[in-house]
Design a protein around this ligand. Structure first.
Ligand code: IPD
Ligand code: CA
Ligand code: CA
Length: 258
């Protein structure tokens, strides 16, 4: 496992260097997918191809679930599955040139093994898994002490908040404040490091796979917004938080508060 970890970090940092160079040259080809605001660039596709090529030549048993180039569905999560988001936060990548991540989650028969989230511009690399613990760059990270919903910040997807999905405005009101970074990876790193008390969004498997493996290492809870297990199949409304805060938020979302 150590060789896989070292290689994965090396490939992701190399991919990140290529993204920095592309940003410096301002040579992006930007396209839309499902809507005007659902962007994809030549770099999303190139980064994904680069990572898949490295993974498959390292691990011949690899199954791939990835956002771009027609790799977005798998019939099952059996075996070893690498779930890849080549650029998480493509809108930020294009319009801000920062606040985007490269993410890979590794699962074995649906169980988390490893998660890697690389914030390219910050050079903040969070990685780990249930059998090894969690690391920020080279330093071991301890499970954060998360106070309470009322004492921390909540990351909430802008549209869900605007439309008050699952009473998200009330959830925000009971917190210290709402943050919207436009990047699931950024939010999940914040949550793992105790800078957020919860994250609520509408996510696909490649958005939550890497962060999910890391959060579960810390015993945090994640599910869809009905409290059901995530399916790794299409987009779902998503909630992640440490256990007591997760229960508190789900009760507000489902109107089941006592
Ligand atoms: C998106 C970002 C965003 C989240 C969207 C994702 P992408 O990822 O993580 O924060 O709200 O649901 O699709 O498309 O930039 O990889
Ligand atoms: Ca994403
Ligand atoms: Ca993406």
């Amino acid at each position: 496992m150590q060789i896989l970890i070292n290689e994965m970090k090396r490939w992701m940092v190399e991919a990140g260097e290529n993204l920095k160079k592309a940003l410096a040259k301002e040579s992006l080809e930007v396209d839309t997918k499902s809507s005007r605001t659902d962007l994809v660039t030549n770099l999303d596709k190139q980064t994904q191809d680069f990572l898949i090529e490295r993974i498959v030549s390292f691990d011949s048993t690899a199954n791939i679930l990835a956002e771009e180039n027609g790799k977005h569905a798998l019939s099952s999560m059996e075996g070893r599955v690498y779930v890849i988001d080549p650029i998480d936060g493509t809108m930020n990548f294009v319009l801000e040139g920062e606040n985007f991540c490269i993410m890979v989650g590794i699962y074995e028969d649906g169980e988390p093994v490893l998660g890697f989230i690389y914030n390219v511009i910050k050079e903040e690399f969070l990685w780990g898994g249930p059998s090894i613990g969690v690391y920020l760059n080279e330093d071991r990270v301890n499970q954060p002490t998360i106070p309470s919903l009322s004492a921390g910040l909540v990351g909430i997807n802008c549209k869900m908040y605007r439309e008050n999905v699952g009473n998200s405005q009330e959830i925000g009101r009971r917190s210290m404040g709402v943050r919207m970074s436009g990047c699931a990876g950024v939010e999940l790193v914040h949550l793992a490091l105790g800078r957020r008390v919860a994250y609520i969004s509408n996510l696909s498997p490649w958005d939550y796979a890497a962060g999910g493996a890391i959060l579960q290492t810390f015993g945090m809870k994640l599910s869809n917004f009905n409290g059901e297990p995530l399916k790794f199949d299409g987009q779902e409304q998503f909630l992640a938080a440490s256990a007591p805060i997760y229960d508190e938020i789900l009760a507000i979302a489902l109107n089941t508060e006592k």
